[in-house]
Design a protein around this ligand. Structure first.
Ligand code: IPE
Ligand code: IPE
Ligand code: MG
Length: 243
């Protein structure tokens, strides 16, 4: 049972929440700790976000774990982030599975190390039949690359005579994205106070509500999630129509 201030109005809980988990570095800097310490605490906040979504009845949660641009960081930091991901999957997979969480990964897998690729495949297979929450981890993900990849994929089919250009609809295009089968996010949250999307779910967020929280990601918890859901519930979504 959640404390009263964490309770949200049932029935209007967003079906899909996507989070840009930002601010680990600043969290560490404020404490004069190495950035790696911020990333470690960030991994603990992931646990809270996932369990919060399970208890609030959110059906899809997408977490931006590593962008296609994050390779520009120093190699030690990239190693730290990949190491934490490894650890997270190894440590949490059993519990995620027991809680009915289906794990999926989106992004370009070709640049990941073999062992990480194996781990994520294993996680997807092991949890594939779960239905309480789908946890989508965006890893080496970037929207521009995703959209170009979809266009290339469709162009190949056109060239092979499998698709007529007149049949290229929004639906067909959506089905060539990493997020095929995943509904568009209703709510996109970014922590740390930065107000940008940083190449995250650009196509899919066309009508998402955006919430920018001042909290740094390692400080994100169940009540931050509940607060964002409450703010979402107070918004009016029009999708271009009028009320
Ligand atoms: C988010 O925290 C983690 C990733 C981008 C992987 P940052 O490392 O970007 O933290 P800041 O933005 O430097 O505070
Ligand atoms: C976005 O955060 C990527 C992830 C959270 C994985 P960044 O910290 O990399 O974004 P910018 O560089 O501030 O736009
Ligand atoms: Mg950042």
């Amino acid at each position: 049972m959640l404390p009263a201030q964490n309770q949200t109005e049932p029935g209007r809980v967003p079906g899909h929440i996507a989070i840009i988990m930002d601010g680990n570095g600043r969290w560490a800097k404020r404490r004069m700790l190495p950035r790696a310490a911020g990333h470690r605490r960030g991994a603990e906040a992931v646990r809270k976000a996932v369990m919060g979504c399970v208890s609030q009845g959110v059906k899809f949660l997408t977490l931006y774990a590593f962008s296609s641009e994050n390779w520009k960081r120093p190699p030690e930091e990239v190693d730290d982030l990949m190491g934490l991901l490894r650890l997270y999957i190894r440590q949490e997979l059993q519990e995620l599975d027991e809680n009915g969480v289906r794990v999926r990964f989106i992004g370009d897998r070709s640049r990941l190390s073999d062992d990480i690729r194996r781990l994520i495949e294993e996680a997807e297979i092991k949890t594939g039949a779960n239905a309480k929450l789908t946890l989508i981890i965006a890893l080496n993900y970037g929207s521009h690359a995703e959209i170009v990849r979809a266009a290339r994929d469709i162009a190949r089919d056109v060239k092979a005579g499998l698709v007529d250009p007149d049949d290229i609809t929004e639906d067909l295009f959506s089905q060539r994205l990493y997020t095929e089968e995943i509904p568009d996010p209703d709510l996109v949250i970014r922590t740390s106070g930065e107000k940008r999307l940083s190449n995250f779910l650009l196509w899919q967020s066309a009508y998402a509500e955006l919430i920018f929280l001042d909290v740094l990601w390692p400080d994100f918890d169940e009540s931050s999630l509940a607060g964002a859901i409450q703010e979402y519930q107070a918004r009016e979504r029009r999708f271009g129509a009028r009320t």
